[in-house]
Design a protein around this ligand. Sequence first.
Ligand SMILES: O=C(O)c1cc(C(=O)O)c2c(n1)C(=O)C(=O)c1cc(C(=O)O)[nH]c1-2
Ligand SMILES: [Ca+2]
Length: 679
Amino acid sequence: GGESAPVGAIAASADPLANPAAGEWTSDGRDYTAQRFSPLTQVNAQNVSQLGLAWYADLDTYRGVEATPLYADGVLYNTLSWNITTAYDAKTGAVLWTYDPKTPREFGRYACCEPVSRGLAMSGDKVIIATLDGRLIALNKDTGAELWNTRTFELDSGYAYSITGAPRVFGDKVVVGQSGGDLGVRGFASAYDVETGEEVWKFYLTPNPDDMPDGEASDSANAMMRATWSDEGMWRQLGGGANPWDAIAYDPELNLVYVGTGNSVPHARYYRSNNEGDNLFVCSIVALDADSGEYRWHYQMNPGEEWDWTCTASMISADLEIEGETRQVLMQAPKNGFFYVLDRATGEFISAGAHVFQNWNEGFDANGRPITSDAVRYDETPKLVAPGPGGAHNWFPMAFSPRTGLAYFPAYQSAFVYALQPGWEPQPMRSNSGWGGYTGEAGRIRGELMAEANAVEAAWLAAWDPVKQELAWKVELPRHGNGGVMVTASDLVFEGTTKQTFAAFNAHDGSLLWEYPTQSAPVAGAITYEIDGEQYIAINAGWGGGAAQIERGAGIEMPRAPARLLVFKLGGNLTLPPLPENAAAPPEPPRLAASEERVAHGQLLFQQTCAVCHGQNAIGGVKDLRHMDRDTHGKFDQIVLEGLYLDKGMANFSDILSQEDADAIHAYVIARANEDWGR
Ligand SMILES: O=C(O)c1cc(C(=O)O)c2c(n1)C(=O)C(=O)c1cc(C(=O)O)[nH]c1-2
Ligand SMILES: [Ca+2]
């Protein structure tokens, strides 16, 4: 910040994104506080039972739909997998335009958790999207015509970058991060001129691997970062991660951009950094000067993170009364199971409270630095760690009501078993954890601990008091993967649930006021808007993403309907078409001819290469490979090694898989199909 406003910057008071009209929803978190709090009150506790479907749009996909739509001037903007973006008449659902950036489908293999998109941004006459393959594109909001198109990373960088997060407009800049921390990237946040798309600044969130200046805004912090990494380790090769793959926030008065960073790569610190160091800025919130991108402060939630925990979740600004003082705070519930309240001007740690069972934290020192238990620092002997890698709260948008003073988010209590894989070697452009090798005695211990881990599993909608750091109420829900949250000034909390419903709860006590069967569990966050005196509520209902992978890993395939954008209003009376007939019984798989060793090798390769799309244990996913028919088995090599189904998003893997590898994977899939066929 500073006394003199830089040329070109928009004064907060004159910035429409800072203070949208009550009936509008013009940025991901509705305004810069990202509270997802709407001042609309027409729909209230008395009449919410009369909410019905006003219109819906079939989204023509069975993939997860994670985007928060936006609304301005009678038009609703939405974006899907492969970044296909559509403008609808927000009253009738008529399509005004569709823009297809022709995202290369083979980029799906770099998305750890499906090729999702969490949303888009607006500014004046523009709608802005960020594509899976790293382009930032501005469209004319009335016509969908391309205005500018900028690359945010080079395709030949050697890192497995992709983008799933929403871009954000902060004043006169667009800020965006990227994904790839589970494969191998050097994370950064970058800002672009909203009018031209030209880069303004770039901030790397891990040190330069060659100990050279980058010529970027992060140079000023490079020495600070570098001192927290070992001279040895695979971070130099794999980039160290810390990529901001979801939330980025902003305070226009303080002129700060808050970057929430991800896990490190490889996940195991032993392989990454010789088991040494905090590894800045992994799993942190980093505050940057909005104009220059220069470092201002950071708070690291998990020094030396090695459990795939991320601090990328929603960051919400609010002014809270704490111990008799009004504090400007930033709130976040990252994966690690705590709810954090920081001073957003200085980064000072104010407080944190655990909202689920956790076994990593033994308290905080006087500076707010966590004391990490040795019990979760793993070696070759498996250890139980809570929460698990899915996180106690993942990207599912959090909401905050200044009326109730409560934060609302889906909580997931879980644990997982971690161990170092002996002799592990990194695999360029693939999943790189360094975990595994659970054979012999390690396998036995892992089995026992996984039973313990499964026993703690539970999921609920949490209403959290950030001042007292305690739970105000919770609503138990069947399983993990409950969606993002929105709250209104009529004290209604809206959330998609794993009961395959979209529901409204009383913001004060969590009582259920309304519930609508959506066929598919909505994971996205809802929005609300007003046209001609009527209040509408819109939600994308499309189950998928990381939550679906975790469920599949546990052998559960949730029912899926074609994904839809659902829009409700009082008295809406449309009905959804019935679910499609259950697919025909799966075809009988071919007999297994391969040896046990080949199947085991295939399993390992499958997990490294295929599981992100086709599910852990080959259950479900984009295509359930256990259910391949005879014809498809016949084309297996062409599909895997020649790109026969490139147009469907199935990449050509001949760059990393040999014929022998493909044979082993095929054998594993046939083995799984036979197992589940009952022979
Ligand atoms: O480290 C990363 O770069 C990265 C990226 C993403 C992503 O882009 O979707 C996820 C994760 N990590 C992750 O750890 C995770 O649990 C996760 C869930 C989801 C999702 O969309 O449901 N994405 C991601
Ligand atoms: Ca991750």
